[in-house]
Design a protein around this ligand. Structure first.
Ligand code: SF4
Ligand code: SF4
Length: 284
């Protein structure tokens, strides 16, 4: 197992990453590359190219021989570095050991129900997170994984066994290549597998016109999820928050209308899904 894992950010209290108040850890690195990724700075590891250094208004990023150093105390979170970076990375990441993360979690343990790991794609760090989850569960907290669903279930079997629940993205059923960069045809079998183990808290689909077979995807997922009344199906209207200019260009005329969102919600309910949630963003 790697001793350290690179973390993009830690949010001590989140109420959108699973049930109750949760500490959310966003790991750096992703195995697909979605056209609408709203955390593009979590996709790649920093190559230390130093391109972002001159743009930092507070000198929070400094050259250090062949490396760069980031000073959290100087950072004003203006995100200039992220906008400049051409590698979909961030200089503000930090490497942690399992015990260092556990020490942070313990500071908040009286105020949270559990932790959620996200990304990037957290299953890429399965051995590290398995170790973390074992320790977090020993202090009485629940452990959730927010995944894009593109994993080999044999490779992450131990992580699955120590995870309380997963939150799984289903991007599309067909023609995934227009949405993201993966050789897998789709991840429906992984969803079915996790459902059969009673390991799914929610399933999510980002709705975007033209780039996905929206109706077929939603109907297929709804027909699976309806057999599991406790599982939430979240329908997310694609939005431009956090996107780079080139991403905004690709999606700006493909955002479903509110009437279309309503129509899809009603269809999913008619199929028999008990818990349907529409996620809309005022900025679209
Ligand atoms: S967000 Fe980036 S550019 Fe802005 S102050 Fe922090 S390190 Fe500097
Ligand atoms: S964050 Fe991006 S621009 Fe800055 S040093 Fe790393 S790879 Fe280069």
């Amino acid at each position: 197992m790697e001793n350290r894992a690179t973390v993009n950010k830690i949010i001590p209290f989140s109420n959108v990453d699973g049930p109750g108040n949760r500490l959310a850890i966003f790991f750096q690195g992703c195995n697909i590359h979605c056209v609408y990724c709203h955390n593009p700075e979590t996709i790649n590891l920093c190559s230390k190219c130093k391109l972002c250094l001159p743009g930092c208004p507070t000198k929070a990023i400094k050259e250090d021989l062949n490396n760069i150093q980031f000073d959290n105390k100087l950072c004003v979170e203006c995100d200039q570095c992220i906008k400049i970076c051409k590698s979909n990375s961030s200089p503000r990441t930090k490497d942690y050991t399992v015990d260092e993360l556990l020490a942070i979690i313990e500071e908040y343990k009286l105020f949270i129900r559990g932790i959620t790991v996200s990304g990037g794609e957290p299953t890429l760090k399965a051995p590290f997170i398995t170790e973390l989850f074992k320790k977090v569960k020993s202090i009485g907290l629940t452990c959730f994984v927010d995944t894009n669903g593109f994993f080999d279930k044999e490779d992450i079997s131990e992580l699955i066994s120590v995870t309380d629940k997963f939150m799984v993205d289903i991007k599309a059923i067909d023609n995934l290549e227009s949405l993201c960069d993966t050789k897998m045809s789709n991840n429906i079998d992984n969803l079915k597998y996790l459902l059969s183990l009673d390991k799914v808290y929610e399933v999510r689909t980002v709705l975007i016109e033209e780039l996905m077979d929206l109706d077929n995807t939603v109907d297929t997922v709804a027909n699976i999820v309806k057999e599991f009344p406790e599982v939430i199906y979240k329908l997310i209207r694609v939005h431009t928050e956090g996107l780079r200019e080139e991403q905004k260009e690709k999606i700006k005329d493909k955002i479903p209308s509110q009437a279309r969102m309503k129509e899809v919600e009603q269809r999913v309910e008619a199929i028999g899904v008990k818990k349907v949630e529409i996620i809309d963003f005022p900025s679209v």
